[in-house]
Design a protein around this ligand. Structure first.
Ligand SMILES: Nc1ncnc2c1ncn2[C@@H]1O[C@H](COP(=O)(O)OP(=O)(O)OP(=O)(O)O)[C@@H](O)[C@H]1O
Ligand SMILES: [Mg+2]
Length: 575
């Protein structure tokens, strides 16, 4: 652009200077003609003066020609006296005709390359007429000096104009370049740069307006960025999944929680159709009917995903208040209620199980009490047996209620504050003493290994007691005749490891994940026959959780089972 402007300017400048030169020549030549004519008239007047006092016309004419180089002719008494060359006949005739009307007359003729200026003058009595002609070039012709002078002036004018013009163009193009640079900076998100322009002209106005616009744009972008950050922070902080879709069902926004719930952490789903991402018939139907419905009330429903997840979904419209409340999309908010559902199921299972477990011994007790009350049983041995059963069922009921109470107590007091120093050896020996008759019934051998032997831990004695008794009881109950239960306790830094291993029936692999659920039993009939309620391991798990410990089961059906427990930070520093 700078180059094009420069070329155009040089052309305009050359044209202007040429036109100026021509105009100057025109004015100059008319001026010179006027001067020449005046000179020639003066010469004519001098000749009249001379003739009034002298007679030597020819001598005067010759000296005049020699002096001036002009041609001169005089007509008087019908005679024409010429200088050496004289004025041309055609000019004399022309001027003579004109002198009839006036006593002075002049003309300009071109002869070859020469311009001739001629004047004619008659004496007041019209007796004498003088004609003088002169070459214009002799007076006005430009010499080398004049031409040099003209060329120098011309070149100087051109150079100064080009310089000034260049400065002007440079300023304009520099400002345009600056604007272009700042525009591209703005496109790249850099709003800091402003344009500097030192003149207070139209370009200055443009630059000012541009800077103002850039500033405004900057503050708008900052505001938008601020809003976006807040929105992002809010969306990030929300534990619910949030997905916004446009009118075509394409995802325009998704928060981290949604990605986590839908296992999409490393997938870019923006611009994808929602139903491509969540393939669910119910969701697609609800969304379809919602989008095509006129009244947009909020909708909520539950869906099940293939990855065994249950979501509670809420659909809300995105309304643009600036566009006359036009709906421009839909927000889908969802909660992962899988855990809630599981807990709900456990709770209702628990209630059903408790009722069932309570009803069974109660029905049995009631039945025997009724029979005894009727008084039909006269046989003492039978009565004794009935009373034994009633006592057994009552015991069972008591144990069941105690277990439920223990569970609920552990659940309610998550952080155990009661700390006792417990000698592990004594504790286990007490337990084996309690369970001795049960072990003997099956001829199960109990082996105990504690390292160090005098190992002491700091914890709630009742809970640790309960933990060991439940595990050792299972080890005996689900063991084979002549089997073994090996109890191993060892210290590792400040952690205590407990292993209760038996050589019993083992637990099939598919049952292991559910073994800690309340009332869950692998073989219900067998467990019931053995007097179990199915709460033992649930209590163990809760005790371990309350102590921030871990439990692992290694089991092989027909070979045996090992419960491996780690209790963290329970060591007594004295041992
Ligand atoms: N050592 C084990 N070997 C084989 N199966 C076991 C063992 N321990 C537990 N189980 C299985 O796990 C189920 C749940 O055990 P849990 O101790 O919770 O209940 P329970 O022993 O049946 O009753 P409770 O302990 O309340 O008297 C048992 O019914 C049994 O099927
Ligand atoms: Mg048990």
């Amino acid at each position: 652009m700078q180059k094009r402007l420069m070329i155009s300017f040089i052309i305009i400048m050359c044209l202007t200077l040429t036109l100026s030169y021509m105009l100057f020549l025109n004015i100059y030549s008319s001026h010179i003609v006027k001067i020449i004519k005046n000179e020639l008239y003066k010469d004519a007047d001098n000749l009249f003066l001379f003739l009034s006092e002298h007679d030597d016309v020819e001598g005067y004419l010759n000296s005049y020609v020699n002096e001036t180089g002009n041609n001169i002719s005089v007509v008087y008494d019908g005679k024409q006296i010429n200088s050496s060359q004289g004025v041309s006949k055609e000019i004399i005739n022309n001027l003579t005709n004109r002198l009839k009307e006036s006593d002075k007359s002049d003309l300009i003729r071109i002869s070859g390359n020469e311009r001739i200026i001629a004047v004619g003058e008659s004496s007041p009595d019209r007796a004498i007429s003088v004609f003088i002609s002169a070459s214009y070039d002799k007076y006005a012709g430009f010499g080398v000096d004049e031409w040099t002078y003209l060329i120098v002036i011309f070149t100087l004018c051109l150079a100064v104009s080009i310089l000034l013009w260049y400065r002007f163009i440079f300023h304009i193009t520099r400002s345009i370049k600056n604007i272009t640079r700042v525009v591209s900076d703005i496109t790249d998100g850099n709003y800091e740069e402003l344009i500097h322009y030192e003149y207070d002209d139209e370009m200055g106005e443009l630059v000012k307006a541009f800077n103002l616009m850039a500033n405004k744009l900057k503050s708008i972008m900052e505001e938008m960025h601020d809003r976006n950050s807040k929105l992002e922070a809010v969306l990030k902080g929300i534990v619910n999944g949030v997905i916004a879709i446009d009118d075509h069902g394409k995802i325009i926004l998704i928060n981290e929680a949604a990605k986590k719930i839908l296992n999409l952490s490393n997938t870019d789903v923006i611009d994808k159709y929602l139903l491509e991402v969540i393939r669910n018939y119910r969701l697609s139907q609800e969304l379809d009917s919602y989008i095509h419905k006129k009244t947009k009330n909020n909708v909520d429903f539950e869906i099940n995903l293939p990855q065994n997840k249950t979501l509670k979904v809420y659909i809300n419209p995105i309304v643009n208040s600036e566009l006359a409340n036009k709906t421009i999309g839909t927000v889908i908010v969802f909660n992962d209620i899988t855990e809630l559902k599981r807990l709900e199921r456990i709770r209702s299972d628990f209630v059903a199980n408790v009722s069932h477990e309570l009803r069974t011994p109660l029905t049995s007790i009631m039945g025997f009490v009724e029979t005894l009350k009727e008084g039909n049983i006269k046989d003492e041995a039978t009565t004794e047996r009935f009373l034994d059963i009633i006592s057994l069922e009552t015991e069972r009921l008591t144990r069941l209620i105690n277990d439920i109470l223990t569970l609920s107590e552990i659940e309610n007091v998550r952080e155990d504050v009661k700390k006792d120093v417990i000698g592990i050896k004594d504790l286990i020996e007490d337990i084996t003493y309690i369970l001795d008759s049960k072990a003997k019934e099956k001829n199960v051998n109990i082996l105990i290994k504690i390292d160090p032997e005098d190992l002491k831990i700091i914890a709630n004695r009742d809970r640790i007691h309960q933990l060991f008794i439940n595990l050792i009881d299972n080890g005996i109950k689900y063991n084979k005749e002549n089997g073994t239960v090996i109890i191993n306790v060892w210290k590792e830094k400040c952690n205590i490891n407990i292993s209760v291993k038996d050589t019993g029936i083992g637990i099939p692999r598919e049952h292991i994940p559910r073994i800690f659920e309340r009332f869950y039993r692998v073989d219900k009939g067998r467990s019931r026959k053995l007097g179990g309620t199915g709460l033992g391991l649930a209590i163990v798990k809760h005790i371990i959780e309350s102590m921030n410990g871990d439990i692992v089961i290694n089991s092989e059906p027909g070979v045996g089972t090992e419960f491996l427990i780690t209790l963290n930070g329970v060591c007594d520093n004295l041992t």
